[in-house]
Structure formats: C-alpha cells, structure tokens
Design a protein around this ligand. Structure first.
Ligand code: GTR
Length: 337
C-alpha cells in the first residue's frame, strides 16, 4: 500500500534513485526524527562537514530533521527500497527487521555507559551492523542514546508494583511490549511524534526515554514523575540504504564510512553535555526525579523477557559475551548518564 506521505515524497524519492542532479553529484538524503539541535542531528551535520572538507564539496548530506519524512518504522522501509540514502533511527524499529539487534535492547544488559560504548566500539558492535546487510541496509555506526527510564503523569514509580495497570507508550518493537507487560503495565506502541498528544489526552499514562528526548519532545510538561529505572541502553544507529551503498564507488564508500566513524566521538561530546544540561533544566522546571528505584526488582521481572527473545544459541552467546566483557578502570570512567 502506498501511503499519502509516500505520494507527497514521490519527487524526492524519484530524485533519490539517481545519483546525480543537473550533472552535479546530488547530496545524500538523510532522515532523523529529532529536531535540528538534537545531538543525533548534529552528528549528521558533522558528517556533512567532514565529507565537504575531505572531498572538496563532492560529497554532501542534506538532512531532513524533525520527523519530516515520517515515523522511524516508515522511513526505514523507504531506506530499504532506496528512497532515502541515510537514516538515523533508534535500534527499536530495527529489531523486527534485523532480529539479532534485539540483543542490544535486552533490559538491564549493560552495567554502565562505558560498558555500552566498549561493546558498540568493538567486534560485537560491528558484527551487528554487518548483519543489517542481509536486509538491504548498510550499518554505518552507532550513536549514544544514554539510558531510558520510565516517566508518567500519575505517581512516582519505585517498584514494578507502582506501574501496575498503567498505560505506557512503547516504541515499535516486541521486546518493549513484553518488557512493559512483564512489569504489570499495559504497553501501547505509538510513534514518537504522537506521544506528547497521547500523554496530554490521557491515551497513555507514561512512556520511557532518556533525558534529552524527555526534554526535547516536551513530555516532561505533562508527565512530571521521572524514575531512574535505566532499564534499557539500546543505542541509536545510522544506516545507509544498501541499494545506494552498493552503487557508490569504493572511494565514496570509504569517505562515508570514515566520516560516520569520526562523527561518533563528536556526537558523544555533544551528547554528554546535553544529558547534563537537560537533567538540570528539567529538575529546575519542577520534574520529580525518583532516584531510589528498586533496580533488582525490575531486573528480576526481566528474566522471562530475556528467555523469550534470545531465541537462537548465537543470540544467547552474544548476550553472554556482552555481560562478560570486562573493562579496565570501568568505575573511574566519567560519563553523563
Ligand atoms: C529516542 C530516539 C528516537 C526514538 C525515540 C522513541 O530516544 O532517539 O530515535 O526512537 O526515542 O522513543 O521513539
């Protein structure tokens, strides 16, 4: 079925199919659900600057921010069939497309942000990006998304019992649905751009996200109880359409891949500063932060969720490998959240 949005996007999609515009190489089209100042979009602009410098303006990126291209699930489909060249999405909508990615979305998998970053930067991270090529996507890099925590309009959440019966918005991924059900609440998948309205209208009582998204999407204005459950640390991902990737000369592929990798530390710096700033602005604006969350009680409820989603020995081995990953001086590495 062709949607209204796809019809509206038709001219863009058609021009996306060709590599050149009036004899000049046209920019790569990139989508992001966040507004322009958000760290993931800033990372796309950083890639554009790096490409511009390194190729004398031959390779550029045009960023369509703020969800202009639609919800992540839809933009991923467009990327797969080649109508978008680049797409920055959260891992969640990729879970049903590339099942192995579920491993990184397992609740309470990562001990800390340094543990997450070490996993993503190492061979496990790369192997999951490579797994995307079977689904017509080329995984370029990961970006930080911090830790996700629950927030709601009703009451402070300290234990899973406090969530009983609450309607909680989740991302478009089965593991989030199961996770929220296992906590005794009612999961409702809703696209990111519609969550604010759903909170205002009481369609849902709460949602879950990191500090910058909670602030940027203005959910804090309605749902003022933010409980530091830090239940998921699934990252953001930048993917390229494999159709486009495969048509690029090797040299261009190398420029793009290198610029994507080089944008990761740039984004991390922006991210850490943004988390700290968002957190203090939100506390100042009256958000009630619940620090004394019973973490082990939440984690215990997640054991059946792990069993439900680790469906192959390979996925189980990957999760075990991540848990066993040791870091030097992990305690002393300072990150924002
Ligand atoms: C944010 C993420 C978005 C989107 C959003 C959501 O943290 O950056 O890409 O996935 O969460 O909850 O839908």
């Amino acid at each position: 079925m062709i949607s209204r949005r796809q019809i509206l996007l038709a001219p863009l999609l058609l021009s996306a199919c060709g590599g050149r515009d009036n004899g000049k190489t046209r920019p790569l089209f990139a989508a992001d659900t966040h507004p322009d100042e958000y760290p993931t979009v800033q990372a796309l602009h950083a890639i554009d600057r790096l490409l511009d410098e390194r190729t004398n303006g031959e390779m550029r990126i045009r960023v369509y921010a703020g969800g202009q291209m639609g919800a992540e699930k839809d933009t991923l489909e467009i990327t797969i069939f080649g109508g978008l060249d680049l797409n920055r999405v959260n891992l969640a909508p990729l879970n049903s497309i590339v099942p192995e990615t579920i491993v990184l979305a397992l609740p309470f998998l990562f001990r800390s942000i340094p543990h997450l970053r070490a996993t993503l930067d190492g061979s496990i991270g790369r192997s999951l990006l490579d797994a995307m090529s079977a689904q017509s996507l080329h995984g370029l890099c990961y970006y930080d998304s911090g830790a996700r925590s629950f927030y709601n309009t009703k009451r402070p959440i300290r234990t899973p019992e406090d969530m009983r019966g609450m309607k909680i918005r989740v991302q478009n991924s089965d593991i989030y649905v199961s996770m929220v059900s296992a906590l005794g609440a009612n999961p409702t998948p809703i696209p990111y751009g519609e969550v604010y309205q759903a909170l205002v209208q009481g369609v849902v009582d709460g949602a879950e996200n990191n500090w910058p998204s909670y602030e940027s999407a203005r959910h804090f204005e309605v749902a003022k109880n933010y409980s530091l459950t830090r239940h998921v640390m699934a990252p953001e991902v930048l993917v390229a359409s494999k159709r486009r990737w495969d048509r690029m000369p090797v040299e261009e592929q190398e420029y793009l891949q290198a610029a994507a990798y080089d944008s990761v530390p740039i984004m991390r710096e922006i991210w850490d500063a943004r988390v700290t700033a968002a957190r203090s602005r939100l506390i100042e604006s009256g958000v009630q932060v619940v620090e004394d969350v019973d973490g082990p009680a939440f984690a215990r409820r997640m054991l059946p969720v792990w069993d439900q989603f680790l469906i192959t020995p390979k996925m189980r081995a990957l999760a075990d490998e991540i848990v066993a990953l040791e870091l030097n001086n992990e305690e002393s590495i300072v990150t924002a959240e």
